[in-house]
Design a protein around this ligand. Sequence first.
Ligand SMILES: NC(=O)c1ccc[n+]([C@@H]2O[C@H](COP(=O)([O-])OP(=O)(O)OC[C@H]3O[C@@H](n4cnc5c(N)ncnc54)[C@H](OP(=O)(O)O)[C@@H]3O)[C@@H](O)[C@H]2O)c1
Length: 282
Amino acid sequence: MSLVVTGATGQLGHHVVSSLLAKGVPADHVVALGRDEERLAGLAALGVTTRRVDYADPEGLAAAFDGADRVLLISGSEVGQRLPQHRNVIEAAKAAGVSLLAYTSIANADTSGIILAVEHKATEDAIVASGLSHTFLRNSWYTENYTGQLATYAEHGTVLGAAGEGRVSAATRADYAEAAATALLLEQPKPVYELGGSAFSLKELATTVGEVLDKDVTYTDLPADELTKVLVGAGLPEPYAAVLVDADLGLGRGELYVEPTDLEELLGRPATTLADAVRAAA
Ligand SMILES: NC(=O)c1ccc[n+]([C@@H]2O[C@H](COP(=O)([O-])OP(=O)(O)OC[C@H]3O[C@@H](n4cnc5c(N)ncnc54)[C@H](OP(=O)(O)O)[C@@H]3O)[C@@H](O)[C@H]2O)c1
């Protein structure tokens, strides 16, 4: 059995490779793909096969998928370029005759109005149209999107957002990765998993951060244009800030909310709690 993980040089992909090995998959059954030579070397040190490939290179993908039984396509990070890149991956997987294509999508991809969901929905449609047996791992937000900002929350005593009282089913990358590894190994994974942990509002996030850091941290809800200005003022490129604010508005509409059941089913345990993730990051 040859299991190919794309984006293995990334944070989620590295966790997936580690999870597969932890589950007892022999290292020579795992093929890790990415572009970054240094991180590919780090993966090779784990004993897995590595291949350098760009989603924009159909011939390279064909060579990388040679002999593949199952492929996990971790969505590319170049927003706006992802659909043609993902199409190349889908075509290469089909040409290689893989028996399963797993894809890391976004929560509620088929109904979400978030800008980021557009490429995910189009990729899902392309996978369905390919006729390949598939499983969509519709990940909600990463908890790390928040725990990566603990120092900023502590410095300003506030979490800024435009999500109102909306709740987000964030889970850690490690949990999503473990779930992806499990799905990849199931004889017949479900066609769609809506994946996320126990949901929290940004007000609850602020409270949890405050409790763990033993500081006063509150949530400040801003109009979208004001939050965009703050993020741009803090140095974010305007298009990136716009995508983040748009996601917060979607969060407010409940589009990053999912029940925790699918993630728990794949993990065989509850997901890591927000408080534990904040404690670990702190
Ligand atoms: N759910 C969320 O909250 C959330 C948040 C952010 C991102 N995401 C999505 O989840 C994906 C994985 O997250 P992550 O944290 O692991 O991201 P990451 O650390 O930035 O890793 C991205 C991975 O994608 C690979 N990649 C990007 N463009 C590629 C291309 N053209 N050809 C080949 N490989 C390419 C990168 O390879 P190299 O580094 O080797 O070039 C890297 O392995 C992201 O790409 C993004 O689509 C989700």
